[in-house]
Ligand binder design. Structure first.
Ligand code: FAD
Length: 846
């Protein structure tokens, strides 16, 4: 049998070698229109970035090897320009020999791949504008950079190749702007998953322009006269902003290279791809096709689609060889390499993003019913050094079948998606993920691997153990007046929370459950979703209607941060500000600060693997052991740490010297106190006094006066002022717990205790109280106007470091015991209050 193969890279070369391994009787001719066969197109960006320095290494298999070892007649620089189906011949244009000739076949296999998509825009064919598909393209870009020394590159399109090229051109020293029409890069991922990638690109000095495309590429006025000189271009975007570029790379997707097949009258399908059956037969039974140019069947939707990836192309080539020789593949019916799930992975500087199956967007578009869960697990056991954090998302059908998974992080991201991809391929469910027995030792995993964990959370949703709500719903819930409950610790809450949410730390929930009403559903959240789940279970078992925030505050906050970051990107574009590079993937403005001069003492703290507030608590504990001016050196992997540490340092008067990130590990240096003298004024971890503190004496136990006091206190604390409130006489009632506390009291004390209001909820108005009606009305109005309740104001004040002092003398007089007061209230004498008043510029008596 004589077989002709068109295309000598992924699909074509795989088919040629497999065919020889299965048969010695076949005559195989492989035509490749380019100069090289079997080269590593996936490695091309890394050659341009200098990671792969040797051109030779990009050639996976040389033509000679195919000729000598596999007896394949390889003909490079030979383009098949026509298929003559009736004659069973192809017409070949031999560029090297300068001739055109016919070659006959018994069977023909097409693996011509896909071409970069180039939109017909003004100036799109100008000098300095490139696409990247082949080695020849690669060398052209390389030569351009070497010879013309461009400074500014614009990548158009944020898919795999665009992202890889952004990274590699940056590594090559160019100033890179990435323009993407959608509001996110890597559209195979869902928006919330891609936000850490946007952050990473920005941190690495890539200027992002999302939500805009390029309208035209025109030479900058006054340039272009000199043929050999670099010609800077002015790119006009669809949002009418302008970007200048010396080099442009078009990465706007690919289109199947199906012209040969179309001209031969073969049937095409989705996106103009060659239509084949599960045996890779085209509409002509003697012509087969594989790779990027064919329609594959989506494993999720069952529809014909184009999925241009190297893995499927190679496997299809291998399978097609067997089919061409034997008419079938020996395997159970229904299995075929033409069924593709689209597993893919990409590196973004030190980060990895991977996915398999459908994203949420795709499921919505196809109208496929699904459920979802998001978790933020660690790459391996937290107690073993250098555990890094990852975000994972699982999409599954209402009966548990896996439909897709995505993960973004550092170590072990690809491993987790590969495992889920295997289960998806086998038609598995979330229950299979729960049961999977995966290898475990602390340096590489956890006894409950992230794959098991995401299976557990998905199964919990399906079994009805917990109802989930999602970050994108939060704003609507707030607008609808839903009750959101934060069960994070006060330290975590101090780093941020959903506006208007109640706060009861998980460990206080049993004691304070009476503060919650069963009238409305409760929307519970913690930082990443795990303690929210525990709270949700507890509250559900106590008759509440509860929803847990999937992915927790971290996922919600990512969405909010992204809105701000996109606005910032746009503002920078408008002002045409230069790209700010932060050293080696650094993580924030603080990185620009010069490292501290060596201090007398420095201590190192390892908080890797700890989730928020673990790293911050370690910082607070570590700083206590230092004298002012000494350095705390801390490593952490919690992704929120970079922003948390900024806030913490601001609030505590310590100086953030530097934040570096490498492979998901933050390395942070903090100098205790912003100056030796200033540090001495404040207790470690406390807001430092600056002479404009605020003090208050709260004598009254009236609701309206208490609200006023705490609104002022919260406002002052938000301005970074140190606030101390001294509660005396009737004011002490504000600080009482609302629940009855068993304490020993004499008769008079008991009578006093009975007559006085127990806590903030029971206070009356100073005027128009009307037997408690007025107080109820004012609470209702506050709720409608989204003003925090007095209980929340007290909590918020204490969370933000307001010192709440209870006058010991008044407590003794009124028979109020320490156990009856809210957690965090300090018992104090007048000297403590006066000490605070001395550094204060405002003192109120309420
Ligand atoms: P190709 O490998 O493109 O081979 C087709 C060959 O056919 C070409 O060499 C072409 O010159 C030749 N040809 C076309 N028409 C004719 C003709 N008429 N006569 C003779 N020869 C012809 N995929 C991944 O999964 N992971 C990655 O990381 C990844 N990175 C990539 C990076 C880059 C820069 C590029 C360009 C692609 C990348 N891909 C990646 C995609 C992957 O390379 C393709 O999916 C895969 O190569 C497709 O194989 P194929 O055989 O269909 O086509």
């Amino acid at each position: 049998m004589k077989v002709i193969i068109v295309g000598g890279v992924a699909g074509g070369a795989s088919a040629a070698t497999r065919m020889r391994r299965l048969s010695e009787d076949t005559e195989t001719i492989l035509f490749e229109k380019g100069e090289y066969i079997s080269y590593a197109n996936c490695g091309l960006p890394y050659y341009l970035g200098g990671v792969i320095s040797d051109r030779e290494r990009l050639i996976v298999t040389k033509a000679d090897l195919l000729r000598d070892r596999f007896a394949v007649d390889v003909r490079v620089k030979s383009e098949v320009i026509a298929i003559n189906r009736s004659m069973k011949t192809v017409t070949v244009q031999d560029a090297a020999g300068g001739r055109t000739y016919e070659e006959s076949y018994d069977k023909l296999l097409l693996s011509p791949g896909a071409n970069p998509r180039v939109y017909d825009l003004p100036g799109v064919h100008s000098k300095g504008i490139f696409t990247l598909r082949t080695l020849t393209d690669t060398y052209a870009i390389d030569d351009f950079i070497n010879q013309k020394s461009p400074k500014k590159a614009v990548i158009v399109g944020g898919g795999f190749i665009g992202i890889e090229m952004a990274e590699n051109l940056k590594e090559r020293g160019l100033d890179v702007t990435l323009v993407e029409f959608m509001d996110q890069v890597l559209t195979f991922l869902d928006k919330e998953m891609v936000i850490p990638i946007h952050q990473n690109l920005r941190d690495n000095g890539i200027r992002l322009c999302l939500g805009a495309g390029v309208k035209s590429f025109l030479p900058m006025p006054g340039t272009g006269a000199d043929e050999n000189a670099l010609t800077p271009m002015d790119l006009t975007l669809t949002n009418n902003l302008h970007v200048t570029a010396d080099l442009v790379l078009l990465c706007t997707g690919v289109v199947p290279d199906a012209a040969l097949a179309v001209n031969a009258g073969l049937t095409t399908g989705a996106g103009g791809c060659i239509l084949v059956d599960d045996l890779f037969r085209s509409s002509d039974p003697d012509i087969f096709a594989v790779g990027d140019a064919i329609c594959v069947t989506s494993m999720i939707s069952g529809k014909d689609v184009m999925i241009p990836l190297a893995g499927p192309a190679n496997k299809q080539g291998r399978e097609a060889a067997e089919i061409i020789l034997f008419g079938e593949v020996k395997r159970p019916a229904g299995k075929s390499a033409r069924k593709v799930q689209g597993s893919s992975v990409v590196k973004i500087f030190d980060q990895i993003a991977a996915s398999t199956g459908f994203s949420e967007k795709q499921l919505q578009k196809e109208g496929i019913a699904f459920q979802k869960t998001i978790i933020h697990p660690s790459s391996h056991a937290n107690y073993y050094p250098n555990a890094t954090n990852m975000s994972m998302k699982l999409l599954f059908s209402p009966d548990g079948k896996i439909l897709g998974a995505q993960a973004v992080g550092y170590d072990g991201v690809d491993k987790r998606i590969d495992v889920i991809a295997a289960v998806l391929r086998m038609g598995g469910t979330v229950y299979d993920l729960e049961e999977l027995e995966l290898c475990y030792a602390p340096p590489v995993s956890s006894a409950k691997d992230p794959v098991n964990m995401i299976g557990f959370t998905a199964a919990n949703i399906l079994k009805g153990d917990v109802k989930a709500f999602y970050p994108e719903q939060v704003n609507d819930l707030i607008a609808a007046g839903a009750v959101l409950l934060d069960v994070s610790t006060p330290d975590e809450r101090a780093m941020g929370g959903i506006p208007g949410s109640l706060t009861i730390p998980l460990d206080d929930l049993r004691e304070r459950v009476s503060e919650l009403s069963k009238d409305k559903p409760l929307y519970v959240f913690c930082r990443v979703g795990q303690r929210g789940y525990i709270a949700a279970r507890y509250l559900t078992l106590h008759g509440f209607d509860v929803y847990n925030l999937s992915g927790g505050y971290r996922s919600y906050n990512l969405l909010r941060q992204e809105e701000k970051a996109m606005k910032n990107d746009l503002e920078k574009m408008q002002q045409d500000l230069p790209v700010m590079e932060t050293a080696s993937g650094a993580a924030g403005a603080a990185t620009a600060a010069a490292p501290a001069a060596p201090a007398a003492k420095a201590i190192s703290v390892d908080a890797c693997g700890l989730a928020c507030p673990g790293p911050i608590m370690k910082v607070a504990a570590g700083i206590k052991d230092l004298a002012s001016g000494e350095i705390l050196h801390i490593t952490a992997t919690d992704p929120a740490f970079a922003s948390d540490i900024n806030v913490w340092c601001e609030r505590t008067g310590n100086t953030l010297l530097s934040v570096q990130r490498e492979k998901g590990i933050f390395t942070v240096d903090i100098r205790k106190g912003d100056a030796p003298a200033a540090a001495a004024a404040g207790a470690p971890g406390q807001i430092v006094s600056s002479g404009n503190d605020k003090t208050m004496v709260v004598f009254s136990g009236d609701l309206d006066k208490a609200i006023a006091a705490f609104i002022i206190a919260n406002g002052a604390a938000a301005m970074g002022r140190k606030v101390t409130i001294f509660f005396t006489f009737w004011g002490l009632n504000i600080l009482r717990k609302s629940t009855h506390v068993r304490v020993k009291k004499n008769l008079i004390e008991k009578m006093f205790g009975f007559m006085m209001p127990r806590g903030a909820k029971k206070l009356g108005l100073s005027r128009m109280n009307m037997g408690g009606m007025g107080a109820m009305m004012i609470r209702g109005i506050m709720k409608n106007k989204n003003v925090q309740s007095l209980e929340d104001l007290i909590k918020a004040a204490m969370d933000s470091g307001v010192r709440v002092l209870a006058c010991q003398m008044s407590m003794d007089l009124m028979g109020i015991k320490e156990e009856e007061l809210l957690e965090g209230v300090e018992l104090a004498g007048v000297a403590t209050f006066l000490g605070s008043a001395e550094t204060s510029d405002t003192n109120l008596f309420i």
